[in-house]
Ligand binder design. Structure first.
Ligand code: IMP
Ligand code: MG
Length: 175
């Protein structure tokens, strides 16, 4: 089956979106040093660009890893924390979870529940992309980049079967 890439979001549009999100975070965390927690692997490029656009000194940059879709383009309906964080580094901190894309919301909700148990001082969500048409679990996105239609997205860190993460722009993968 032949798959093709359909251009959706340009590098320039991504850069402007990331700059805007960094400004929103700088504005809201002026007198605090937040801990940014990126969700591996998809958020790695977004997080790298986001922090370089932020002026607020960060407490730290951390990563979590959750179980993914495997090799399917359809969610399995469940997520599991595969790599977590030590409770003592989360407790009492201002935490911002950084996601590539919120689709069904299952992964994000699992990550937020996991972090909330460790009693951070505050917990917010920053997501580059939102696919609201597919939501199964309600998730509040405090800092949202762009909404995308119900299509399978790749590029700018986001993969299909580990491929396409390196593409600098964002595409829909179509059959
Ligand atoms: P959710 O649990 O369904 O919200 O999915 C969250 C995770 O699934 C994201 O962090 C992505 O890694 C992956 N994902 C969701 N939608 C897409 C997509 O359109 N393309 C590639 N990966 C996706
Ligand atoms: Mg993925």
């Amino acid at each position: 089956m032949e798959r093709k890439l359909v251009h959706l979001i340009s590098e320039e549009k991504i850069a402007a979106t990331v700059r805007r999100l960094a400004q929103e975070l700088d504005r809201d965390y002026q007198n605090r040093s937040p801990m940014l927690v990126g969700v591996l692997k998809g958020a790695f490029i977004f997080l790298a660009d986001l922090v370089r656009n932020m002026k607020t000194p960060l407490y730290s940059i951390e990563f979590m890893r959750l179980s993914s879709y495997g090799s399917s383009t359809v969610s399995s309906g469940q997520a599991e924390v595969v790599i977590g964080l030590p409770e003592e580094i989360v407790r009492g901190q201002d935490v911002v979870l950084v996601e590539d894309i919120v689709d069904t919301g299952i992964t994000t909700a699992t990550a937020l529940d996991y972090l909330r148990r460790y009693q951070p001082a505050s917990l917010k969500l920053c997501a580059l992309l939102d696919k609201p048409a597919r939501r199964q679990v309600p998730v509040t996105i405090d800092y949202l980049g762009l909404s995308v239609p119900d299509r399978f997205i790749v590029g700018y860190g986001i993969d299909f079967n580990q491929k396409y993460r390196q593409l600098p722009a964002i595409y829909a993968l179509e059959e």
